[in-house]
Write a protein that binds this ligand. Structure first.
Ligand SMILES: Nc1ncnc2c1ncn2[C@@H]1O[C@H](COP(=O)(O)OP(=O)(O)O)[C@@H](O)[C@H]1O
Ligand SMILES: [Mg+2]
Length: 459
């Protein structure tokens, strides 16, 4: 966890810094917002900004947004009035920490932001085999392609490979190629020089340079357009990149990992993915089996998620009852580990009594997981489509489509990638449609990784 502190370290902020370091954070410091922006553009990575409330948080938040630097802001202030806290949040801070700092509060905020402490659970022989292949190749610099259905743990595996590699102490940078519009992805990957295009207010270091010495994860690589695929190929072959608007290439030393939930061989056949790029990336292929093909993991994962979400929500860690275990084991889990994780999150919040019983195991729409034959999200989404189509006589195709898209997205707790997979459309198409709906004043579920459902919606 890399924390960038913004403000004068003389007073209480210095204390907060010490506490963050004691919690294992790598801390860097700048005096003001301008220096912070300079550092971030120059490739100083940060997972969290801790900003003294004396700074102009609102202009910091705006600059981060226009320059697409994704890092949460936590505001800190000595005179903690509710008004100052609210002001900081309104200006764009995620959290407010009153000073003098409370060690436990800082530890909790860091833990909530950090994802580093997530273990990979792998008990079933089917995944043990993949893990041992990962162990064998982690130490090399070989590019690795990680494939598997959505929610099967591709990002978890990428992190695992990095942690086992010789680059473990260096940066692990990941970029979701599907989540960034085509015209911005190039500068996101390779950076840009000041003035390279409208809005390029300053030189910006891209992910390739940020990952220098470490590992770069190109997540959902199949979504990259052909022009950029060519540039990526060159970057991987030559180990050098061209910043957008840059005069000369820049050398980089990185290890590349990539993930895809689409069959890239098929994508090569239908011409949407370059064969030479696939060969470059696919030096080793780690294939994650879907959860239904590794039943030996289900109980261990369920226990782990139950404990994790009980702790996160401050409720008792109840054991999972035998009947509930049976329900979990007999389900197909089309959304894989992510779906199981969300189910356990809900179960922790819904459970009554001493155990997590079958009643607490619910689909996002509130229906019981154990009812009738286990059904997948695909089936229920298809059915929802049929139902809405039947009752939709007289409405436009566009309206029916909008309903289906929003229902599916709700079903996936706002997770765009997952919803796009179920709908069989590209994430980009989904994003464009959502933007259109939002522009027309339709309320669209907020993006989520599915891990933080608004449980109020269940009731
Ligand atoms: N083996 C595992 N052990 C623990 N958690 C896992 C495991 N695999 C997946 N998860 C959890 O499931 C969710 C989805 O995993 P992710 O790696 O994002 O899947 P993918 O990238 O394949 O869609 C994440 O919250 C992740 O932490
Ligand atoms: Mg993923």
């Amino acid at each position: 966890m890399r924390v960038l502190i913004i403000g004068s370290l003389g007073g209480q902020l210095g204390e907060a810094t010490k506490i963050a370091m004691n919690n294992g954070a790598k801390v860097a410091h700048v005096e003001n917002v301008d220096s912070a922006l300079q550092a971030l553009r120059a490739g100083q990575g940060a997972d969290l900004l801790m900003v003294d409330i004396g700074n102009d948080i609102s202009s910091l938040a705006k600059a981060l947004k226009t320059e697409r630097i994704h890092v949460p802001i936590v505001a800190c202030g000595v005179s903690a009035t509710p008004a100052s806290a609210a002001g900081a949040i309104r200006a764009g801070a995620k959290e407010y920490i009153p000073l003098p700092p409370d060690a436990e509060l800082i530890a909790a905020v860091l833990a909530a932001v950090a994802n580093d402490d997530r273990p990979m659970i792998a008990r079933d022989p089917a995944i043990r085999q993949v893990v041992s292949l990962a162990d064998q190749v982690a130490k090399s610099n070989a590019s690795i392609l990680i494939t598997g259905e959505s929610g099967s743990g591709k990002e978890v595996m990428a992190r695992y490979v990095h942690d086992k590699s010789k680059r473990a102490s260096k940066a692990f940078i990941s970029i979701n190629c599907a989540a960034i519009p085509d015209n911005l992805l190039e500068s996101e990957l390779f950076g840009h020089e000041k003035g390279a295009f409208t809005g390029a207010v300053a030189r910006r270091i891209g992910k390739f340079e940020e990952a220098d010495g470490g590992t770069l994860l190109l997540d959902e690589i199949s979504e990259m357009d052909a022009r950029l695929q060519a540039k990526l190929l060159r970057a991987i072959q030559e180990r050098e990149i061209d910043r957008v608007g840059g005069a000369r290439p820049v050398k980089v030393d990185i290890r590349i990992l990539a993930t895809s939930n689409r069959d890239l061989i098929k994508a090569v056949q239908d011409g949407s993915f370059r064969e030479d790029l696939l060969f470059r990336l696919n030096v080793v292929n780690l294939k994650l089996p879907p959860l239904r093909d590794r039943p030996g993991d289900i109980a261990a994962l369920a226990d782990y998620f139950a404990a994790r979400y009980a702790a996160a929500n401050g409720v008792a860690n109840r054991p999972i009852s035998d009947t509930a275990r049976h329900v979990l084991l007999n389900r197909q889990w089309p959304g894989n580990v992510r779906e199981l994780e969300n189910a356990m999150h809900r179960a922790v919040l819904l459970a009554e009594g001493d155990e997590i019983g079958p009643d607490a195991l619910r689909a996002p729409d509130g229906s019981k997981l154990g009812d009738a034959a286990p059904r997948g999200v695909v089936e229920s989404a298809t059915e929802a489509a049929q139902v809405s189509a039947q009752s939709a006589v007289g409405s436009t195709v566009a309206q029916v489509e909008q309903d289906l898209i929003l229902d599916t997205l709700n079903h996936c707790l706002g997770n765009r990638t997952h919803a796009a997979n179920i709908l069989g459309i590209s994430i980009r198409t989904l994003r464009n449609k959502l933007k259109l709906y939002a522009d027309h004043g339709v309320s669209v579920p907020v993006p989520g990784n599915g891990g933080h459902a608004d449980i109020g919606a269940l009731a």
